[in-house]
Ligand binder design. Sequence first.
Ligand SMILES: Cc1cc2nc3c(=O)[nH]c(=O)nc-3n(C[C@H](O)[C@H](O)[C@H](O)COP(=O)(O)OP(=O)(O)OC[C@H]3O[C@@H](n4cnc5c(N)ncnc54)[C@H](O)[C@@H]3O)c2cc1C
Length: 631
Amino acid sequence: MWKGTEAMETTVDSAFIRRAVEVADLNAVRVALYQLTGDPEVAQLPTAANLDEAQRELLITKAVSWLEQYAGPVRLTEPPEAELRTLMNMATAEEMGDLEFEARRDLPAFKEFPWTAEWTDAKPELPEGFKVAIVGSGFSGLAMGVQLERLGIPYVVLERRGEPGGTWTINRYPDVRVDTISITYEFSFEKDHQWDEYFGRGAEVRSYLEHISRKYGVFDHTLFNRDLKRATFDEGRNVWMLESETPDGPETIEANVVVTAVGTFANPKFPQFEGQESFEGPILHPAAWSPDLELSGKRVAIIGNGSTGVQLLAPIAAEAEQVFVFQRTPQWISPREKYGAPIEPELHWLVENFPGYWNWARYMAIAALFQTHRFLVPDEEWKAQGGKFNPLNDKMREDLTAYIKAQTGGRVDLIDKLIPDYAPFSRRPVVDNGWYKALTRDNVELVTDGITRFTPKGIETQDGTLYDVDVIVTATGFEVIKYLWPTEYIGKDGVSIHDFWSKDGPRAYLGMMTPNFPNMFMIYGPNSQPVSGGTGLPIWYVIWSAYSAQCVVRMIEEGHSRVEVKEEAYERYNKALDAEAAKLILLQEEGAPDKNYYVNEFGRLQVNAPWYGPEYHRMCTRVDWDDIEIS
Ligand SMILES: Cc1cc2nc3c(=O)[nH]c(=O)nc-3n(C[C@H](O)[C@H](O)[C@H](O)COP(=O)(O)OP(=O)(O)OC[C@H]3O[C@@H](n4cnc5c(N)ncnc54)[C@H](O)[C@@H]3O)c2cc1C
């Protein structure tokens, strides 16, 4: 039962239902209604953006009429493949190819457990004492835990913190929330979560993840307050020795397979400025926010304008006496429809009572990102004619420039400092939480001179100005590209993973496997986050977990004890990956490769999988056993 509906005193009458349909995604209404009725008139309607007034009215009337007669909490099962494809094509008004259909068919999430690893026949007897260790109990660790629960493979989760939820337990600063709409930030096996807002707040994400941990049994397998310090592969026995720090001292456990799910946003990046120790007030990283911090009447410095710095400014500016925002590099910061808005009770009701609506609303939310890749690759002809990068990217630049101008009320002093000199999509997109508007407040000042040092009373910049402040917030992000750091992983022949990666930073095969480190899989590993967005990360946590689980299944079924990627496959894959990455805006001169945490100090794209999303999906969902050695 959706919250909101329970507490609702409103009668569900025609007016209520009509309001529900009107606030809904009309594309999703259109496809769900067609799926339910097969009404040819509905099939002929264009997508929501192209409906004229009469067509819109026709759609709403038909939906209201259907709901008046049949509304009820029914979940649809997946339609037959041909019908599903028709519905998907109808949703986006585009015929998709087989590659795309394969990657997208599970996005409406009719199935609870797509991509899940399965035993070939009945579950075989497992080797005595066989165990998998998962490191981390955030989204990724939970996805892996659920795979193993379903397979019945014994496992343990080592978690540094005292609760599940990963980065969402670390980040508790004001206004922390998702910047991808929550309907896409859910597992298909735990859907229709009762989000209060379209973009769920941190606390809600945390409770969603804890709910999953408990409901699917992962919680009971989790050893909290275990900080893994060192993992060593015992080549003689093909097991990993995992040494953790616990409140009661060191602890070592053994596991046949280790799956790292340690995230990219788990280790805050603390800046080091000259004179930092001399500052007399608190210096706070958002990842170590204190709920008792009183900001009213205070003068506050916020260093950084990435996703977190941007989320923080508006709530802090509303409370503090004065805020100085220190910006090193301007960002392209874009609005999101319904960001910060509560989900209407009518919509909660509709989701519950209009079968298929949730599925198609989710599909449409993800479909908005299908074309992302086209923004990332240059159009040489367009550039020869005077364009900057390609028509879509240039148009986005124009739109965002206009947005900055509008939000700042035409303040030339601000606008000049805020418009980046690189192309959009060169860095992680930042969502506007009223940041530009907040900069126009009387109590907010944007500072773009570089910081030279902290003083006992505040911050000094290169032009010699001293900014007196009581509190400094260092919204300087996370050690994103230090994969698996600071834990030591020691593989075959005593090789340390950080030495193995020292030439040009962390790499992996498909983002998951590395030679010399048998029986080890990484979820959300190096070069894994699909660059073209496309489907939302939770789907990928499941795909990577399923891949890892499938390798474990085969190892067990064939009576082997070691699985690893072949060196040649790893090299080949990474060579192709580098070539693909070089084509993208992120590494090109119109981009911002030197100001981008997706790119490492060796100039390599390291966070993202550069592939067109559906191609990478195929690579990760069809294991190429020729690339894998099982012995
Ligand atoms: C503020 C913020 C907003 C975000 N918003 C979005 C969004 O809107 N959409 C989106 O797709 N993504 C978003 N992200 C990215 C987010 O990190 C991922 O979506 C997701 O939460 C990652 O899950 P994870 O399990 O891979 O990693 P994490 O959530 O980081 O979990 C890793 C876990 O591993 C544990 N761990 C690490 N090292 C060790 C060790 N040595 N021993 C034991 N335990 C260890 C950590 O304590 C942590 O619990 C956001 C991130 C942040 C910080």
